[in-house]
Design a protein around this ligand. Structure first.
Ligand code: ZN
Ligand code: FE
Length: 253
């Protein structure tokens, strides 16, 4: 099984991702912020769209679903628990379920926190995390609790370290500025900040990243470390409490 993944910038700073199973030609899109760039990207490759994989109910992730469904007859996949707020689902899924794109099969993780009912699509080697785990960051906790988001991030942190992380927004440069306030002496983070600045100056995406790089540099995943708790002035705090404090500081950054 070989997956081809195409990053499609949408709106001002969203990403949609086309996923194509090379053998069967089956193609899905993860989130549909806006139909136009996704339709154009499909057309330029001569691909049809079989499935729309929705991560969560926010409009900047589903605004293009209706039109893509109408134009391509694609099947809509999303969280069963959040079906009342999503476009009508053809495939309603829950944690542990599998979703097939041709021969490629992903597993669903519930990664609630940003919203309750946010899911991630985890293929072997590639996780689509939208507004849960992001490059050097995580989504704001709008609906869930800090404990809920911490538990969601912990599930993602346990994936194989070489997993590529495809998140929903290009927020990485701002995330890097904040991360440096948490761990100013993290050498890997300093190098990553320079890489991000170079990519953005060339107007290139900073996604995907890898889980291993996130584990070494993302302050939200690193809330568990004694060194990070100490630098937050919270030695001995629980992991979730340290995470909550880092999230609060980022909200006010
Ligand atoms: Zn969102
Ligand atoms: Fe979003």
């Amino acid at each position: 099984m070989t997956l081809e993944i195409v990053t499609v910038p949408c709106l001002s700073d969203n990403y949609a991702y086309l996923i194509r199973d090379d053998r069967t030609g089956a193609t899905a899109v993860v989130d549909a912020p806006h139909a136009d760039p996704i339709a154009a990207s499909l057309a330029s490759r001569g691909w049809r769209l079989d499935k729309i994989l929705i991560t969560h109910h926010h409009f900047d992730h589903i605004g293009g679903v209706e039109r893509l469904k109408r134009d391509h007859g694609a099947t809509i996949v999303g969280a069963a628990s959040d079906s009342s707020r999503l476009p009508p689902l053809d495939e309603a899924v829950s944690e542990g379920d599998s979703v097939a794109v041709g021969d490629a099969v992903c597993r669903i993780l519930d990664v609630s926190g940003h919203t309750v009912g946010h899911i991630a699509y985890v293929f072997p080697g590639a996780a689509f995390t939208a507004d849960s785990l992001m490059a050097l960051g995580c989504g704001r906790v709008f609906e869930g609790t800090a404990e809920m988001m911490w538990s969601s991030l912990s599930k993602l942190a346990a994936l194989p370290p070489d997993t590529e992380i495809y998140s929903g927004h290009e927020y990485t440069a701002a995330n890097a500025r904040f991360a440096m306030t948490v761990e100013p002496d993290n050498e890997t983070l300093k190098r990553r900040e320079a890489d991000i600045a170079r990519l953005r100056s060339e107007n290139r995406p900073t996604v995907p990243s890898t889980l291993s790089l996130e584990l070494e540099t993302n302050p939200f995943l690193r809330a568990r470390l004694d060194s990070v708790k100490a630098s937050m002035g919270m030695p001995g705090a629980s992991d979730a409490a340290a995470f909550a404090e880092i999230r609060k500081r980022k909200d006010n950054f």
